[in-house]
Design a protein around this ligand. Structure first.
Ligand SMILES: [Zn+2]
Length: 160
């Protein structure tokens, strides 16, 4: 068990299965829950709910969890800025309009992080889950549904 001893867990309920990384990234790219694929994770573009309304997964597993998302967002924004500046410079050289290019650069630096924000959070959640799979009690609504489904199957199997 180890690092989760401080967390409040329903240890009698087995952990829900963690989806594969490709499934999770696919869900993240459409701003859905990596664990269950459920939607409605954002109240507004930049305001993420605390828990998935479909499976109950708590997105901020540990304090500072989303520093990784901020870092990822920053790296992608700098990458975009670099591409814009290099392409702008190459296509207009030797008469590069410095002021226009600077304005475009500032616009990219402001708009890209806002557009990418929700995706960076869901994608970081996928990366974190790939590194540290679901533990018991982390997606309580999903675990409960799986347990009910398993019980139903047992009932059918045991029926006379
Ligand atoms: Zn979910």
């Amino acid at each position: 068990m180890g690092r989760d001893s401080v967390r409040d867990r329903e240890s009698d309920v087995p952990a829900a299965p963690t989806p594969g990384i490709l499934v999770m990234v696919g869900r993240a790219c459409t701003r859905r829950c990596c664990v269950c694929g459920g939607g409605k994770l954002f109240r507004r573009w930049t305001q993420m709910v605390e828990r998935c309304p479909s499976c109950g997964y708590l997105f901020e597993r540990a304090e500072g969890q989303f520093i990784g998302a901020v870092g990822m967002n920053t790296i992608i924004t700098f990458g975009l800025l670099l591409v814009v500046l290099v392409v702008g410079f190459i296509t207009t050289s030797p008469n590069t309009p410095a002021a226009e290019l600077a304005i475009i650069g500032v616009a990219v630096s402001v708009i890209a992080p806002i557009l990418l924000y929700p995706f960076s959070k869901t994608t970081w959640t996928a990366i974190d889950l790939a590194m540290t799979p679901l533990e018991p009690g982390e997606a309580p609504l999903l675990s409960a549904r799986l347990a009910t489904a398993a019980a139903d199957r047992d009932d059918v199997a045991n029926a006379p």
